[in-house]
Design a protein around this ligand. Structure first.
Ligand SMILES: O=c1[nH]c(=O)c2[nH]c(=O)[nH]c2[nH]1
Length: 309
């Protein structure tokens, strides 16, 4: 009888790779009052001597995908993110040179572009995602009266400081730690209703109105020292009502896009340092904060559920 170390197989393993996909890394670098942001989605795929884990389940050559995730966050803190290319090269070299069974590393990175929200003065820690927003309007006419509701959706904004959240109700299910310096980020969905309702009235300049409402809203987001997203929302609406006579009502639906400070202590790295930090940008679940802000004496007419508009 011939003894084979491995039985002849009618089936063999082909190309394979593994790793952690879509690590959402936000790196804030603080240069005094001026902050810089790098926002990446990093996917790691490793391959090499990985036959055994597939054939027998032996994990002896497997660097856990969880470790590849931790490496991405630790490198973002330790070495910074100069560019997506430089970051990808650094990671790929690390996996191939530090682990004998790993022969190839493929790092895919999407980078999300942000630009600064310009305010009249420092500090500079407010950003808006480039080219994301959609402008909206709804016009209704019954032969006599007009109703115009305009607005936008998918306008993503972020403050890298000047946001706290504490002093809230705590019951037996509350585990949230009070935050004294957190990232505040949201994707704004907002509608505003014009006071113009009949042909005898002076019609607003729609283009100027949109530009100005957007600018006032962004400035209020950037300039509010926030104790909650609810407070920031109110300021954004109030700023539009105060500055734009043609607008009587504003409604916002604001997802609270949570950014969690990554615990890098196990790797000997202090994350929350004066020169900045690395965050995990979670996409769900998210807090959802919604409210209407009105000119005093005006009727609320924008539907509560913005998806119906
Ligand atoms: O700004 C916030 N408002 C909340 O109501 C809330 N709830 C929560 O868990 N985090 C936050 N943040």
């Amino acid at each position: 009888m011939t003894v084979h170390s491995r039985p002849a197989r009618p089936v063999v393993l082909g190309q394979n790779q593994y790793g952690k996909a879509e690590n959402r890394v936000v790196r804030i670098t603080r240069d005094g009052a001026t902050h810089h942001i790098k926002d990446l989605n990093v996917s790691v795929a490793l391959s090499g001597d990985m036959d055994e884990v597939h054939y027998s389940g032996s994990n002896a050559s497997v660097l856990p995908t969880d470790t590849t995730k931790n490496t991405v966050y630790a490198f973002a803190k330790e070495h910074g993110i100069e560019s997506a290319e430089q970051f990808g090269i650094h990671l790929a070299r690390h996996f191939v040179t530090s682990q004998e069974p790993i022969h190839r590393a493929r790092i895919r990175i999407e980078e999300y572009a942000w630009e600064r929200i310009e305010t009249s003065d420092e500090p500079r820690h407010s950003f808006v995602r480039k080219g994301q927003e959609t402008r909206l309007t709804q016009v209704t006419y019954d032969g006599e009266r007009w109703e115009v509701v305009s607005g936008l959706k998918d306008l993503t904004v972020l403050n890298s400081t000047n946001s706290e959240f504490w002093g809230y109700v705590k019951d037996k299910y509350t585990t949230l730690k009070e935050a004294y310096d957190r990232i505040l980020a949201t994707s704004v969905s907002g509608r505003w209703r014009f006071g113009w309702s009949d042909d005898a009235q002076q019609m607003p300049d729609w283009e100027t109105s949109y530009e100005q409402a957007r600018t006032h809203m962004l400035r209020a987001f950037a300039e509010t020292y926030s104790l909650s997203l609810q407070q920031t929302l109110y300021q954004m609406g109030a700023r539009i009502i105060e500055n734009r006579d043609e607008i009587d009502e504003v409604r916002f639906s604001l997802p609270n896009s949570h950014h969690f400070l990554v615990d890098l202590e196990p790797f000997g790295l202090k994350n929350d340092t004066p020169d900045g930090a690395v965050y995990f940008a979670a996409d769900r679940p998210y807090g959802l904060i919604e409210a209407t802000v009105l000119r005093d004496g005006c009727e609320p007419r924008i539907p509560v559920d913005l998806t119906n508009l």
